[in-house]
Ligand binder design. Structure first.
Ligand code: SF4
Length: 230
C-alpha cells in the first residue's frame, strides 16, 4: 500500500483548484507495476495533506518561511499563505472524462480516505498491518482555524495535515508515499524558499518530513517513475 499525493492522480485539490495529473504514474499504479524496489504495489490511497489539515480548495498558495518541513516540525520555521494578490487565477486542467463543474469551492473531497486497491492484487498487507492502537490526532492539536486569508500563518493546518497523513499511513500499513515534488506539504527533495518568487531550495515539505521522520519511505513522483523503469 502506498499513499499518493491526490493531485498527481487528477484530483482537484491543488491550492488553485486544479490538479497535477501525471498519466504515466496513474497508468503504472493501475497496472500494479513493480515499484522501485521490485515489490508489487498492492494498492494506493490518494491523500492531500493540506485538505486533511482543514484548508479549503481553492486556497492561497503557501510556502515555508525560514527553513524546510523539518524545521516546521520543530517549530523553527512556519508556513505562510501568499501575502499579496490573493488566490491566483488557476489554469484549471480537467482529467479526461470528468466534468469540471465540481472543481471549485470544495473542501476535503480528496482527503485521502478512499482506498483504491488494484484489481487482482492482494489486500493481505493492509489486513495484516492495520494497527488497532493507532490514534488519530486530536482536534485540539489543530492549531489555528483554516482560512482563505492571504498572509496568514497556516502552520497549524499544515502540521495537522501532516499528522493526519501519518495517521493514515499507520492505519493502512502503508509502505511509503509517492508525493508531489515542490509542494510545501508534499515536496520530497525541493520546495519553494518562502519568497514567493519561484525560487527552489533543497528540502522536504511538512507532511513528507513527518512521514520520513517516522520511518516511512517517501519518493517524489519523478523518482518513482524513474526507478520503476529500471
Ligand atoms: S501537493 Fe500535496 S498538499 Fe498539495 S495539492 Fe497535491 S496532494 Fe495536496
Amino acid at each position: 500500500m502506498w499513499l499518493v499525493s491526490a493531485c498527481l492522480l487528477g484530483i482537484y485539490c491543488r491550492y488553485d483548484g486544479g490538479h497535477s495529473l501525471v498519466p504515466e504514474l496513474v497508468s503504472k499504479l493501475r497496472q500494479g507495476e513493480k515499484d522501485h524496489s521490485g515489490r508489487i504495489s498492492s494498492g494506493w490511497i490518494p491523500v492531500c495533506p493540506e485538505q486533511l489539515g482543514g484548508l479549503p480548495t481553492p486556497r492561497p498558495a503557501a510556502e515555508i518561511v525560514g527553513g524546510t518541513g523539518l524545521d516546521v516540525l520543530t517549530g523553527q520555521a512556519r508556513v505562510v499563505a501568499r501575502p499579496f494578490g490573493g488566490t491566483p487565477a488557476g489554469q484549471y486542467k480537467s482529467p479526461p472524462g470528468l466534468r469540471s463543474g465540481c472543481r471549485r469551492g470544495t473542501s476535503g473531497a480528496a482527503g485521502g480516505l478512499a482506498a483504491l486497491s488494484i484489481p487482482g492484487k492482494s489486500a493481505r498487507r493492509a489486513d495484516r498491518d492495520v494497527t488497532p492502537g493507532v490514534t488519530p490526532p486530536r482536534p485540539t492539536e489543530r492549531g489555528e482555524e483554516p482560512s482563505q486569508a492571504t498572509g496568514q500563518d497556516v502552520t497549524g493546518a499544515f502540521l495537522q495535515g501532516a499528522r493526519q497523513t501519518l495517521y493514515l499511513a499507520r492505519l493502512t500499513g502503508a509502505s511509503g508515499a509517492i508525493l508531489k515534488e515542490k509542494s510545501p506539504s508534499c515536496g520530497v527533495h525541493r520546495i519553494y524558499d518562502g519568497s514567493f518568487r519561484g525560487h527552489l531550495v533543497t528540502g522536504l515539505g511538512v507532511a513528507a518530513a513527518l512521514l520520513q521522520q517516522e520511518g516511512f519511505e517517501v519518493l517524489s513522483e519523478e523518482e518513482f517513475l524513474r526507478t520503476s523503469q529500471q
